[in-house]
Design a protein around this ligand. Structure first.
Ligand code: MSP
Length: 534
């Protein structure tokens, strides 16, 4: 089987409830996965949960649960979120699954056998809260450590290290010669800046069981579990191996009978991933550790690491303790999944940080979804019902040129993963078509039997524009795309980009039932009585 377009999200820690940040990344990835599907590619979209490590162990303890029982509850919540967000993911990997643990063990064994992993003593300052050793550089000018690190204690430990330092020059070279490897460009510069300024140290990839036991045991030393980040990054290939990916299975020397057995026949060819989508805080893990791990395994590197920014709420960091959070599930229950998907992608380009405000959400809902798109579809199809009994009139191409130009822009934006720009181009069609209604005034044409042919033209252009919009919108707001198709009485699916070609609606076709897509939620403006009316 030929290689699929393989796209992944970060896998979420299950040490808390899913929030806006998690939901945003998953929606962005889903839009990209659906866009590539619509454009005719075979796509594999992976997401999942990161379940080992100190943070999760502590969260379980705080709840008085075993880590596994705790993870099962939380992972179910993250899985429920994927459905709530209408994600079309092909798999959901949990790092506590046997299929993942088997691959982590295979990777560790291979690197150990090659001499890429060695044992050495280490003395250092350790932050239990952030699960990391600190260096002298982490001290503040007064010599203390920032309270962010929690309690910092000195520890002497024997640990296992993965050789990374020797690949520094190779990695700089790779990133320099692959300008698209890390995007946006300012994130790429950040990685290069760091790699040029600092000597890369070998990575400590073990934790003594005495200190942390919620992890994957090192297959060659039972006293230790694997460092959670090493374990977590491997998810991208453990899922591929589970689907029989020949590249990963060969690199790790897995035999057909080795765990995890391939779960699908025929095997899927996934590796290398085409796109890893991650937040800015975990850039270094993906752009430095992961490439060097892959090189050591003898695996090709992913095509691109696309780095998104962080959401704030009302200009401040979201934080559970202050209650300043956006709960995606509550927003979706209130406004619908497509309103949520639309807002996060339209509001925040992939790259910079963003700011959620409830007022901004409601404003976009009303201006762009209710009055813009919803109004266009509703009045276009309602007029077709009223004036032509829902029967599509003769073909006309008055708006075809403008629509096709916008379609070409959307296609280029989608291929480049410029989702916000794609939505802007789609809305240029919405705005143009609403303006066309105002200019042509079909309600006036309908009153004059002599203008029947002109009315036919206008109604065709409007209905056909709605059809094209359904196809363009499908990756972003799939349920809405499907509803527009349903209201147009079309039995096909809006998920094929080629269907944007003008003229898909056939004369004589009868459209379906019309209903508002995005009902207005604000009360109609009240007319206030002048106070001193006399
Ligand atoms: N478990 C690691 C990732 C391992 S990937 C091999 C992790 N988990 S996380 O739950 O903390 O974050 C998951 C993703 O959500 C990350 O890409 C992170 O950047 C993103 N976000 C977390 N909070 C966010 C915002 N406030 N805004 C946008 N995205 C944010 O890191």
């Amino acid at each position: 089987m030929s290689k699929m377009f393989y796209v992944t999200t970060a896998i979420d820690y299950v040490n808390g409830q899913p929030h806006l940040g998690h939901a945003y990344e998953k929606v962005v990835t889903d839009v990209i996965a659906r866009a590539h599907r619509s454009l005719g590619q075979a796509v594999f979209f992976l997401t999942g949960t990161d379940e080992h490590g100190q943070k999760v162990q502590q969260a379980a303890q705080a709840e008085g649960a075993t880590p596994q029982a705790y993870c099962d509850v939380l992972a179910a919540r993250f899985q429920a979120l994927t459905r709530k967000l209408d994600l079309a993911n092909d798999d959901f990997i949990r790092t506590t699954e046997p299929r993942h643990k088997a691959i982590v063990a295979a990777v560790l064994n291979k690197l150990h056998a090659q001499g890429d992993i060695y044992k050495a003593p280490y003395t250092g300052w350790y932050s239990g809260k952030e699960e990391t050793f600190l260096t002298e550089k982490d001290r503040r000018p007064d010599g203390t450590f920032d309270p962010f690190w929690g309690e910092v204690t000195q520890l002497v430990e024997e640990n296992w290290y993965f050789r990374m330092g020797r690949d520094q020059a190779w990695l700089v070279d790779f990133i320099e010669s692959h300008p698209d490897f890390v995007q946006p460009v300012y994130r790429r510069n950040e990685v290069l800046g760091f790699l040029r300024a600092e000597a890369l140290e070998d990575l400590c990839i073990s934790r003594p069981k005495a200190r942390l036991n919620w992890g994957i045991p090192l297959p060659f030393d039972a006293q230790y579990v694997n460092y959670v980040w090493f374990d977590a990054l491997v998810n991208y290939i453990s899922a591929a191996a589970a689907h029989g990916d020949p590249v990963v299975r060969a690199a790790l020397g897995l035999q057909p009978a080795d765990p995890p057995p391939a779960t699908s026949a025929p095997a899927l060819t996934l590796w290398p991933a085409d796109l890893h989508i991650v937040g800015k805080d975990i850039l270094r893990f993906h752009a430095v550790f992961w490439p060097i791990m892959l090189k050591a395994m003898g695996l090709p590197l992913p095509g691109k690491i696309l780095v998104h920014g962080w959401w704030q709420k009302d200009g401040e960091k979201m934080s559970k303790s202050t209650g300043n959070v956006v709960d995606p599930v509550a927003v979706i229950d209130d406004w619908g999944v497509d309103a949520f998907r639309y807002y996060v992608v339209r509001e925040l380009d992939i790259g910079p940080d963003g700011n959620w405000t409830d007022a901004g959400f409601a404003a976009r809902y009303h201006a762009e979804l209710a009055n813009g798109l919803g109004n266009l579809v509703n009045r276009s199809l309602s007029m077709l019902k009223r004036y032509r009994e829902g029967i599509v009139p003769a073909t006309s191409a008055e708006l075809a040129g403008e629509v096709s130009e916008a379609v070409a822009r959307v296609k280029a934006d989608l291929l480049d993963h410029r989702l916000q720009a794609a939505l802007e181009s789609i809305w240029s069609i919405v705005t143009r078509a609403n303006q066309y209604v105002d200019q042509t005034a079909p309600f006036k044409l309908a009153k004059d039997p002599g203008k029947a042919a002109r009315l036919d033209e206008v109604l065709y252009n409007l209905a056909e524009t709605c059809r094209v919009l359904a196809v363009l919108l499908w990756p972003f707001i799939p349920a809405t795309g499907e509803r527009i198709f349903g209201q147009l009485g079309l039995t096909g699916h809006p998920g094929r980009f080629t269907a944007t070609a003008w003229g898909g609606l056939t004369p004589g076709h009868r459209i379906g039932e019309v209903a508002p897509l995005f009902p207005r939620r604000d009360a109609p403006a009240r007319v206030l009585e002048p106070r001193n009316a006399s």
